[in-house]
Ligand binder design. Structure first.
Ligand SMILES: *[C@@H]1O[C@H](CO)[C@@H](O)[C@H](O)[C@H]1NC(C)=O
Ligand SMILES: *[C@@H]1O[C@H](CO)[C@@H](O)[C@H](O)[C@H]1NC(C)=O
Ligand SMILES: *[C@@H]1O[C@H](CO)[C@@H](O)[C@H](O)[C@H]1NC(C)=O
Ligand SMILES: *[C@@H]1O[C@H](CO)[C@@H](O)[C@H](O)[C@H]1NC(C)=O
Ligand SMILES: *[C@@H]1O[C@H](CO)[C@@H](O)[C@H](O)[C@H]1NC(C)=O
Ligand SMILES: *[C@@H]1O[C@H](CO)[C@@H](O)[C@H](O)[C@H]1NC(C)=O
Ligand SMILES: *[C@@H]1O[C@H](CO)[C@@H](O)[C@H](O)[C@H]1NC(C)=O
Ligand SMILES: *[C@@H]1O[C@H](CO)[C@@H](O)[C@H](O)[C@H]1NC(C)=O
Length: 900
């Protein structure tokens, strides 16, 4: 489990809040409490009219200290004395309006009287509810503005495009259009505002005095303009989750006065940290997590004495660092280096523990840490969160960890720790809410004999005791009233106690790979908060409770794979359900697929492979707007494959119909069912809206890495891999006729398996256009003619098989095809070439010109969103093995190795 990694984000938000959100960081030079002038009448009227266009609503503001400032605005008093209003002491003009957190509710009029206040220097409307109205273009008329704050935590805030006119505000010192959230994990913050790249560029050219520029959660969808680095007065830059991509301008690291750089969560933002970063002596916050930064982390960074937050997790930073390098940073609060390609060296030397930083968050997950847990950690008494997940830490868990009384999160999962943990050892950690011990340690968790006296931290919310040698369902869990996440996979638990059905707080429950026997109790449908339910790979028998399709409006993930369940799958799925992922694979289920599945409008993955379903092609799934992957593999589906007009499979990326009884001619119409696999812009392949929240992915993510070590066959569900994965598997059916030429237009295909069918005719030369193809299997058909020269241009091909057809002529000697051996070509009696030890009569044709593909950007895409990769051990199968038969598992493994 990597839940602590995901928690990082919330911590940042809290820190952001405390540091700046609700405090007005600017004061105006002119402002004063005494007024020499009375308010101008027209300005007073304008303000009153503005006031009148809004209602006061308690739910309009997030800030707990909100109050309706406009209540004090009365025509009978001087407007300069009104709450939130400041006037210029000489001219009497209104120069500042602060209506932040004022419970305003209503739409902003494009012609609002507000814009007649042309002397305004500061306008703060943050944290109100503007009911999705647009930011009026007239904002550009307030040419004196130095401070503009329209940030918000409200769903119904400003939305739409930020008007280009903001770039006319050439006096701006601070611009804040951020969104933020106070919601607990897993949050799913939606970007409401869009900012055109051209507007951002104009802004940086015009507003050259900018000190604060905060655009987090505004969709920008472009690279950063280099002109940003001209703004030498910049102090705070916030661009979190703006869909930025491309190269991060290194000049930003040379801005002399920078204190905050927040660029997290822009997955495709690339860059390196220059050594000169050590000159940014004011730098306090550096957030770069979840991007594509690479290169080494300069040592100079650990000289920045004012550094409070260093969050570099989920990037591709590499190289070696001393584990204790941060211990001299006097201000350091958060250090997160998790999930990069770093090696932290635990040097065996003594550390001067009298001068440790006030560190609260230490995230060193996947940092190649070896040896024992260092003893100086015992002196980091301020520690709230310690994440050492997925390293190579050895030995017993030192007892001092259980005395760090401030710990709220402790993740030691997926190491090589050993020994026995008794429940009682945890009794000092009374603040603990997250505890991760699972995922491949050699630990044993025991409750101990006399558990009645043990006060286990009662507010535990998330508990991972995966592979902790549990033989019984731990009893103390019964007393955890706030438990939301329970991960106890890979133990030897046989029965589920009945009290679990009362734990209605449960949201994530994973008890896969245990020894559960018996039937699934229908009481499971009491757990109405469930978002994620994984009962896969147990020995469950009987029918699936029929309520399971519709018991919860929140359920997103349901896996019952790898059991011995029989009968029909649940027939009812209520409208508006949240199901995104359904896995019923590898059971003994039969009957038809329920048509009610069309109510699962959020469904992205459906896996029913290895069952006994007997049905015609479920073309009606083609109306699901988000469906990305379907596997019907190894069932008794039959008849024609078709997709009538309205059933277009608009998002389909993976379809596996193999090992069924489909008998049909493969027509162009069928190929057009898969036209979503024609992708001109790579970025369309972005699986950003992918299933479940990202946090959930992080959860599953790392625990499965440990399984890959066992050398078992791997299935995959990596949205990273999926991100890249586009596949059609029609193998082992009775599909006949010629392969239509148009198949070569499905240009994003990575895997194409048509083997073991009744195809005739020749291999379409258009396959040479499938430039992303990595796996092509046409074996065991009746294809004839030559192997087209065009296939030699398929430079990514890792697996190629045309054996057992009627092909003839020479095997093209150049290009990728020459790397495959006899097994790829045998069983074609008229085929000749070195591979078959059969000389060709005529010299082969001259080589074709390689198409000039953009291979670099290609392999780059492999790395995008890498955190979503999920390697699942044999039987861990989520969507899994969808398109790839086990025969290809080795190739998949190789592909995955490329990723790491
Ligand atoms: C704003 O006022 C102008 C004329 O002053 C008018 O043409 C326009 O329609 C008004 N816009 C709205 C949204 O009321
Ligand atoms: C730059 O600012 C000036 C003065 O406010 C304005 O006239 C001009 O249109 C602005 N340029 C852009 C590109 O917005
Ligand atoms: C801003 O930076 C660009 C290069 O990024 C440069 O060409 C331009 O001259 C700079 N403009 C100013 C006003 O410094
Ligand atoms: C940086 O900050 C210092 C001190 O506040 C100030 O004197 C200097 O002008 C600033 N530099 C720029 C380029 O704004
Ligand atoms: C940063 O400081 C080093 C000395 O520590 C100096 O050599 C270098 O030029 C500085 N870099 C920048 C960009 O100011
Ligand atoms: C560290 O070094 C000391 C001797 O200097 C040795 O006794 C000890 O075992 C070492 N510890 C580890 C974890 O290597
Ligand atoms: C440890 O640091 C303290 C405070 O800076 C200093 O007084 C002490 O001498 C240091 N101890 C050693 C062994 O360096
Ligand atoms: C470090 O922690 C240990 C155990 O709590 C304690 O005995 C020791 O005094 C601490 N050292 C310092 C310098 O606080």
């Amino acid at each position: 489990m990597g839940f602590l990694c995901s928690l990082t984000f919330s911590i940042q938000f809290l820190l952001l809040f405390s540091s700046s959100l609700f405090t007005n960081c600017f004061t105006l030079n002119h402002s004063t409490t005494t007024h020499h002038h009375e308010c101008h009448q027209h300005e007073s009227n304008a303000l009153l009219s503005f006031k009148q266009s809004f209602l006061i609503s308690k739910s309009a503001s997030y800030n707990p200290f909100s109050y309706p400032k406009t209540l004090s605005w009365s025509p009978s008093t001087d407007c300069c004395s009104w709450d939130g209003i400041q006037c210029d002491e000489l001219t009497g003009h209104v120069i500042s309006i602060d209506l932040s957190s004022s419970l305003l509710y209503g739409s902003m009029d494009a012609n609002s009287t507000l814009f007649s206040l042309v002397h305004l220097q500061s306008l703060d409307l943050s944290d109100n509810d503007f009911n999705h109205s647009q930011i009026p273009a007239k904002i550009g008329e307030l040419s004196q503005l130095r401070h503009l704050d329209l940030s918000h935590g409200n769903e119904n805030t400003f939305s739409g495009e930020v008007p280009p006119q903001v770039s006319q505000l050439s006096n701006l010192l601070s611009l804040d259009l951020r969104s933020y959230t106070l919601q607990p994990l897993p949050y799913n913050l939606i970007n409401h505002l869009q900012l055109k790249a051209s507007t951002l560029t104009s802004l940086t050219q015009n507003s050259t005095r900018l000190e604060y520029l905060r655009l987090s959660f505004v969709t920008i969808s472009s690279s950063l303009p280099h002109t940003l680095t001209n703004l030498t007065s910049l102090q705070k830059l916030s661009f979190r989750q703006c869909e930025l991509y491309g190269e991060f301008p290194v000049g930003i690291f040379h801005l002399p006065n920078i204190t905050v750089l927040s660029f997290g969560d822009n997955q495709n933002l690339q860059g390196t940290l220059p050594a000169s970063i050590g000159n940014l002596t004011n730098l306090a916050f550096l957030y770069l997590e979840d991007n594509s930064f690479h290169g080494e982390i300069p040592q100079s960074l650990f000289r920045l004495e004012n550094l409070e937050i260093l969050s570099l997790s989920y990037n591709f930073f590499e190289g070696q660092l001393a584990l204790d390098m941060f211990l001299k940073l006097k201000m350091l609060n958060v250090l997160d280096l998790s999930i990069n390609k770093l090696s932290l060296l635990s040097q065996n030397r003594t550390v001067n523990v009298t001068i440790l930083p006030p560190i609260q968050w230490l995230g060193l997950s996947e940092c190649n840490l070896n040896g024992e847990i260092p003893t100086w950690i015992m002196n980091l008494t301020t520690l709230n969160v310690l994440n050492l997940h997925y390293n190579n830490l050895q030995g017993e868990i030192p007892y001092f960890l259980f005395k760090l009384e401030n710990l709220t999160g402790l993740d030691l999962g997926a190491n090589m720790l050993e020994g026995q943990i008794e429940l009682g050892m945890l009794s000092k950690l009374q603040k603990l809410t997250f505890l991760g011990l699972g995922g491949g340690n050699k630990l044993s968790f025991v409750e101990g004999k006399n558990t009645t006296n043990v006060t286990f931290p009662p507010q535990i919310q998330s508990l991972d005791l995966g592979s902790c040698n549990l033989v019984h369902f731990p009893n103390f869990i019964q007393h955890l009233q706030e438990l939301t996440d329970l991960h106890i996979k890979q133990n030897s638990i046989k029965t589920i106690p009945s009290w679990i059905w009362n734990k209605t707080t449960l949201q994530f429950w994973e008890i896969s790979n245990n020894l559960l026997i018996g039937e699934i109790s229908p009481l499971i449908c009491n757990l109405q908060s469930l978002i994620y339910l994984d009962l896969s790979f147990n020995y469950l028998i009987g029918m699936i409770p029929s309520c399971l399709g519709s018991f919860s409006q929140s359920l997103q993930y349901l896996s019952l794979a790898g059991n011995k369940l029989i009968g029909n799958i649940p027939q009812t799925y209520e409208k508006g359900n949240a199901l995104q992922f359904i896995d019923f694979s590898s059971n003994k289920l039969y009957g038809q697929l329920p048509r009610a599945l069309v109510n699962c409008r959020m469904l992205e993955f459906l896996d029913v492979r290895h069952n006994h379903f007997n049905d015609s092609f479920p073309f009606w799934l083609g109306s699901l707007p988000k469906l990305k992957a379907v596997s019907l593999r190894d069932n008794q589906f039959h008849g024609a494959i078709m997709c009538p007009l309205k059933y277009t499979f608009p998002q389909l990326r993976i379809i596996d119909l193999s090992h069924n009884g489909f008998s049909t001619k493969l027509t162009s119409e069928i190929i057009m069912c898969f036209k979503s696999m024609i992708i001109s812009d790579k970025r369309q392949l972005d699986f950003k809206d992918l299933i479940l929240s990202k946090n959930m992915f992080l959860d599953i993510d790392s625990s499965s890495f440990s399984m890959s070590n066992k050398g078992v066959v791997m299935d995959y569900l990596g949205s990273q891999y999926l991100h890249h994965m586009v596949a059609i598997d029609l193998s082992s059916n009775k599909i006949y006729g010629e392969i239509p030429d148009i198949m070569g237009s499905l240009n994003s295909l990575v895997v194409l398996n048509l083997s073991n069918n009744m195809f005739t005719g020749s291999i379409p030369s258009s396959f040479g256009k499938l430039s992303n193809l990595e796996v092509l299997d046409l074996s065991l058909n009746s294809l004839s003619g030559n192997i087209p020269q065009q296939l030699t241009g398929l430079t990514f091909l890792d697996f190629f098989n045309v054996s057992f057809n009627n092909l003839s002529g020479p095997i093209p000697e150049n290009g990728q095809l020459s790397t495959f051996d006899n097994n790829s070509f045998e069983g074609n009696k008229d085929l000749c070439g070195i591979q078959l030890l059969k000389k060709c009569e005529d010299p082969p044709k001259p080589p074709l010109q390689k198409p000039d593909g953009d291979q670099d950007s290609e392999s780059g895409s492999f790395f995008e969103l890498y955190w979503m990769v999920i390697l699942i051990g044999y039987g861990g199968g989520l969507v899994a093995g969808l398109a790839l038969g086990n025969a290809f598992a080795v190739d998949v493994y190789r592909l995955l190795q490329k990723i790491f």
